[in-house]
Design a protein around this ligand. Structure first.
Ligand code: NAI
Ligand code: MG
Length: 499
């Protein structure tokens, strides 16, 4: 007997068979062109919903609405306390509606229902954390050495209209992560979800209206990244872009944003090292190493895909991770026991299976997995086997490029210095892991790694209060943490001659 909260029927009110529209200026409207696209359930390959496909004209309308709401709309008159109150109301609504939100992401992205339901705490915590910050924004009074009596102080002001472009690998959480600091700071927003997972960000838009966020403050425009995302990145009415996605698209956004010198923050790809020393607690490191990649079917930017294992334990460790991996339950995302669902789309399936073939062709050995997962009950779905490649060398494509699928490359190493040097030998610098019981070793390696996060004897922990982001080509700026809100603020210096 299925728990009612776990039934797909929970989304029937939202997915009522009619096309899902764009949210512009407080109203749900069709695209100007009237076009729609299909959102696919990747577990079945079947159409889940029709979604309005925005174009350049829709971005113009959304930016104009966000501009009005920022420049002279009611939002510009909201006090910090009122912004806080509205964000806290939104947090309560997200909490109350999370069964539906989790199910939308399970259906649209293919993430297992147990995992999407577990994301509730983080989504709600993000909203409450930034709500708290809304009333803490402040400038400083600063001494200056000008002749005569001159007072100088700073004021923090919202940066303006934010374009938030998000990926598909955690659509609801990503949308919240961009929206909450922007609204806490007093900005308005045009949110551009990713094509394979457009639904839950639209539900967030509905909840924003229900929470009392005025029209135009939050706009949601779906559509092709190359059209809608590019238009947003280039739009002269947008003051800042906050982007999460691939490094190549991040580079395109920086170029597009140059036109009006938008402020840009980027959270991009990774090829993160996860380093296991021979003194580690292997009972913890084995599942730690596996789930550092297999969580969300490997579709996480900071996945620990380069598994460096100290040579003395390499064979044993590869064997133990393989045994662990064979026991993982891959299957229908609707089954509460499922640990890995499908990949998000046919495009990703082709990308990932391409890398599996490349690994084998370049001489890596699939200790477990290595191919597409086909069975009668998974028919039509984009499933691949969780895979661990052994005998990988640093030069192989699978050890160099972001795969964004459930694929681990296991590489032996001898010394800590070598592990750090090889761990750093990539253009990326997002996540990293260290497994050791030697405290000094843990500190030394953490210091040596050029990455935005170092997880010691754990992996992928995140918290609204702790910054996350990338070194090198993994991005610029940090999300979460006490300083994140600064990215949505301008600093004004005021000089007053008092003498
Ligand atoms: P993408 O980076 O192209 O897509 C992310 C977002 O950017 C989507 O909303 C998309 O519509 C938008 N976009 C695409 N082109 C744009 C443009 N020219 N201007 C503005 N916005 C644009 O990633 P995609 O194609 O979905 O996935 C390809 C690969 O990227 C994945 O296999 C993975 O390796 C990597 N990726 C990394 C993510 C991360 O969190 N670091 C998330 C998603 C993908
Ligand atoms: Mg989908």
């Amino acid at each position: 007997m299925l728990n009612a909260n776990l039934s797909p029927d929970v989304v029937n009110g939202f997915l009522d068979g009619k096309p899902k529209l764009l949210l512009i200026d407080g109203k749900f409207v069709p695209a100007v062109s009237g076009r729609t696209f299909d959102s696919i359930n990747p577990a079945t390959g079947k159409v889940l919903a029709q979604v309005a496909e925005g174009g350049v004209e829709d971005i113009d309308l959304a930016v104009a609405a966000a501009r009005r709401a920022f420049d002279d709309g009611p939002w510009s008159r909201f006090t910090p306390f009122e912004r806080q109150a509205v964000l806290l109301r939104l947090a309560d609504l997200v909490e109350a509606n999370f069964d539906e939100i989790a199910m939308l992401d399970t259906l649209d992205l293919g993430a297992p229902i147990t995992n999407t339901r577990a994301r509730k705490q983080r989504a709600v915590a993000l909203l409450r954390y930034y709500a708290g910050q809304a009333t803490t924004i402040h400038g400083q009074t600063l001494p200056n050495s000008s002749a005569g009596e001159v007072l100088s102080y700073t004021v923090k002001e919202p940066i303006g209209v934010v374009g938030a472009i998000i990926p598909w690998n955690g659509p609801f959480g990503m949308a919240v992560w961009k929206l909450a600091p922007a609204l806490a700071a007093g900005c308005t927003l045009v949110l551009k979800p990713a094509e394979p997972a457009p639904l839950s960000p639209l539900r967030l838009g509905e909840l924003c209206l229900e929470a009392g966020i005025p029209p135009g403050v939050v706009n949601v425009v779906n559509g092709p990244g190359s059209v809608v995302g590019a238009a947003l990145a280039a739009h002269p009415g947008v003051d800042k872009i906050s982007f999460t996605g691939s490094t190549a698209t991040g580079q395109a956004i920086v170029r597009a944003a140059a036109g009006n010198v938008k402020k840009v923050t980027l959270e991009l790809g990774g090829k993160s090292p996860n380093i296991v020393f021979d003194d580690a607690d292997l009972d913890a490191a084995v599942p730690g190493a596996a789930m550092a990649v297999f969580a969300n079917s490997g579709q996480i930017c900071s996945a620990g895909t380069r598994l460096f294992v100290q040579r003395g334990i390499y064979d044993e460790f590869v064997e133990r991770v393989s045994v662990f991996t064979r026991k993982l339950r891959v299957g229908s995302p609707l089954d509460p026991n499922t640990q890995l669902g499908p990949l998000v789309s046919e495009v990703q399936l082709e990308r990932v299976t391409g890398y599996l073939e490349s690994g084998k062709a370049q001489g890596a050995r699939a200790a477990v997995g290595g191919g597409r997962l086909l069975s009668d009950d998974l028919a039509g779905g984009y499933f691949v086997e969780p895979t661990l490649f052994a005998d990988v060398t640093d030069q192989m494509k699978i050890a160099q490029e972001e795969i964004f699928g459930p694929v681990i490359s296991a590489l032996p190493f001898d010394t800590a210095e070598e592990a750090v040097a090889r761990g750093n030998a990539t253009t990326y610098g997002l996540g990293s892991g260290v497994w050791t019981n030697n405290l000094a070793n843990a500190h030394r390696v953490a210091k040596g790694l050029r990455a935005g996060s170092v997880w010691v004897n754990c992996y992928q922990l995140m918290d609204p209060a702790v910054p996350f982001g990338g070194y090198k080509m993994s991005g610029t700026g940090r999300e979460s943490g006490p300083d994140h809100i600064e990215d949505f603020l301008e600093t004004k210096a005021v000089w007053i001659k008092t003498g």
